[in-house]
Design a protein around this ligand. Structure first.
Ligand SMILES: [Fe+2]
Length: 313
């Protein structure tokens, strides 16, 4: 039987964002080009470096025993606690030698299609600024601490490093199907808020959104409130998520190889064809097909969540 070869995608070319695809409206600063890259990394002040060091020290109080081994090993390999905001050139050299990745400075959140393009070429875009003392505990816009401390260590793991590149490549297809939200949910529940079962009963965090802050590092793996459910890609890509509060549900992988197999080694065409325009499942839902490790009480959320004084229990 004759088969029609699919055209090979050229991932070196910045993809066009199809006109009917909705993404967050972002205004490109005048000094950056279509790649959204800053000409150079910011020169951080002594206070900026001190903020990095204090954030680093705070995380080291809570991460041992809660962060995935791969993450802790990555922190060590990149020596991110050497003092001050890491210099991207040196960081990229070290990362490059390990897995071929680099870290590149961007001014702010960048559009999805540009983000995908950088990932597809093993470049991780990192916010070229750091939070202030006033926003020390929480900022919504990812800064250099979230992006470098949270994401760079996992890029030293060869399987996870490949997963991230393939995620970027997958963006082309998601844009063609107009299902960026679904692919975004996969990123959210793995790269940002993923958990891994390292040994029976030993659940650790590998997601950058968890590991770059002290509260969720504890909440995600120990609290009674959230659900912890084994990752099923179809289910996750149909699940809504919260951006500005602790997650009501975390998805757990067996290993990074398993994550890679479940996502990269499958064809998303059928999945995209069967998806509706909005999410099927609420972020608190537990459904029949779920392999549930812990069914959460949702007490934190029911008491009002962020800003209500509810304890993250
Ligand atoms: Fe992030």
């Amino acid at each position: 039987m004759a088969t029609i070869a699919k055209p090979q995608q050229d991932f070196s070319i910045l993809p066009d964002l199809p006109a009917d695809v909705f993404t967050a409206p972002l205004k490109k600063p005048a000094h950056v080009g279509d790649d959204w890259l800053e000409p150079e990394q910011t020169n951080y002040t002594a206070e900026d470096h001190a903020i990095w060091d204090d954030l680093f020290a705070r995380q080291m109080q809570v991460l041992p025993g809660r962060a995935a081994n791969a993450f802790m090993a990555g922190l060590e390999k990149l020596d991110l606690g050497r003092g001050g905001v890491p210099e991207f050139g040196q960081l990229s050299e070290e990362l490059g030698a390990l897995t071929g990745w680099s870290v590149v400075p961007v001014p702010m959140l960048i559009p999805d299609h540009v983000f995908f393009w950088h990932l597809a070429n093993r470049r991780f875009p990192a916010g070229n600024f750091i939070r202030t003392r006033e926003t020390f505990d929480y900022i919504q816009e990812p800064d250099v601490f979230h992006d470098v401390f949270g994401h760079a260590p996992m890029l030293t793991d060869p399987v996870f490093a490949d997963y991230m590149q393939e995620y970027g490549r997958a963006g082309w297809k998601a844009m063609r199907y107009n299902h960026l939200k679904a692919l975004g949910a996969l990123y959210w529940y793995t790269v940002e808020f993923g958990l891994i079962e390292e040994a029976p009963g030993d659940i650790r965090a590998y997601g950058a959104g968890i590991l770059s802050g002290p509260t969720e590092a504890v909440f995600s793996v120990e609290a009674q409130s959230p659900n912890r459910i084994m990752l099923n890609v179809d289910r996750v890509m149909r699940t809504d998520y919260v951006i500005s509060d602790l997650q009501p549900t975390y998805f757990v992988i067996e290993s990074f190889e398993d994550l890679y197999r479940q996502t990269v080694e499958r064809d998303f065409d059928r999945l995209y064809r069967s998806l509706g325009a909005s999410f099927t499942y609420a972020n608190t839902a537990v459904i029949d097909v779920d392999n549930v490790i812990h069914q959460g009480t949702q007490e934190y959320l029911l008491r009002g969540g962020r800003g209500s004084g509810a304890k993250p229990v």
